[in-house]
Ligand binder design. Structure first.
Ligand SMILES: N[C@@H](CCC(=O)N[C@@H](CS)C(=O)NCC(=O)O)C(=O)O
Ligand SMILES: [Zn+2]
Ligand SMILES: [Zn+2]
Length: 303
């Protein structure tokens, strides 16, 4: 149970900022029992690197040029080790948002590997060299990266959408604390209206096969809340038993796809009758507001 409360404090510290950072008992964080995993396509590879208690860092590799980017490198030494293991050239840091559990390793990584370009959408991101906004694009080797501004969890939150020209393989999107598997981030600096736009109008319009790489392993807790909202949704029940099996083996439940999220993520399903009935409204944005508020206070059942 101790690790749950530390997980919560990691995010709280992110909100409080740099002054509190040095009091984090990092020695107690332990992700050694969580396995990393590799998603291999012929155009790009994504290595999932567990960090802290339930965060993910992602090493994105362009297979053509062996150039790489790292998403939210909160544990820089693990990044250096992974870069060595793959024999790639790390050039880029993709920061989803300024919270400590995502951006807190930027400064140290830049010291360990000088010359990195650090992207982010917020002046509060450590070691930022390229501030980006909605629809800005750049390259990681031969891969195209498109920035998607998704304000709400934080004002400057950016998701990164990665494609390869003429590829038949699925694109990838790194969603930080905006879209989680079966859930979404807390509304620390925004509104239900903004999160609706983020999830339905921006992320929801990406190609359905897009692989979703989110910032935390929250899948089981999120699916238990999803089941509370829609007790008769078979997709939720099926995914929950699958996720429990993964968790028991120390394996990640990430990635999902955009299409899958529409089947079990209550925050992506606020236009569905079942979710609106649970929320007691026929307005999807009101439903978004209502279920987010409910989840903020939700006590996760043991089973
Ligand atoms: N409920 C989280 C508590 C930690 C937390 O607040 N996490 C932030 C991101 S660092 C968040 O937005 N969580 C979404 C949620 O709890 O639904 C957990 O399962 O451990
Ligand atoms: Zn977080
Ligand atoms: Zn956050």
């Amino acid at each position: 149970m101790w690790f749950r409360s530390l997980a919560a404090s990691a995010c709280a510290l992110g909100v409080l900022g740099a002054v509190t950072r040095k009091f984090v008992p990092t020695a107690l964080f332990d992700s050694s029992l969580r396995k990393s995993s590799l998603v291999e396509q012929s155009d790009m590879k994504v290595e999932l690197l567990p960090a802290l208690t339930d965060n993910y860092m992602y090493l994105l590799i362009d297979e053509d040029t062996k150039e790489a980017a790292i998403v939210d490198p909160v544990e820089p030494q693990k990044v250096v080790d992974a870069v060595k293991k793959h024999g790639v050239k790390l050039k880029t840091v993709l920061t989803t948002h300024h919270h400590w559990d995502h951006a807190g390793g930027n400064e140290k990584l830049v010291k360990l590997m000088p010359g990195l370009t650090v992207y982010g959408g917020d002046d509060r991101v450590g070691a930022l060299t390229q501030k980006v906004t909605h629809y800005n694009t750049f390259k990681v080797g031969s891969l195209n990266v498109k920035c998607l501004s998704t304000p709400c969890h934080t004002r400057g939150h950016i998701c990164y959408f990665v494609t390869k020209e003429n590829s038949t393989e699925p694109p990838a999107v790194f969603t930080g604390d905006t879209l989680f598997m079966a859930g979404c981030g807390k509304f620390f600096e925004g509104t239900a209206d903004e999160m609706y736009k983020n999830l339905i109008d921006v992320l929801g319009r990406l190609p359905p096969e897009t692989r979703v790489y989110c910032g935390h392993e929250y899948t089981i807790n999120n699916l238990k809340f999803a089941r509370h909202v829609e007790p008769n949704n078979e997709a939720i029940l099926k995914k929950l038993s699958w996720a429990k099996e993964k968790y028991d083996n120390g394996e990640p439940t990430i990635p999902s796809t955009v299409a899958e999220e529409f089947t079990f993520n209550p925050f992506m399903r606020v236009r569905e009758k079942s979710v609106q009935e649970h929320a007691g409204t026929s307005d999807p944005i009101e439903a978004m507001r209502s279920i987010r508020k409910e989840k903020d206070a939700f006590k996760v059942p043991k089973n």
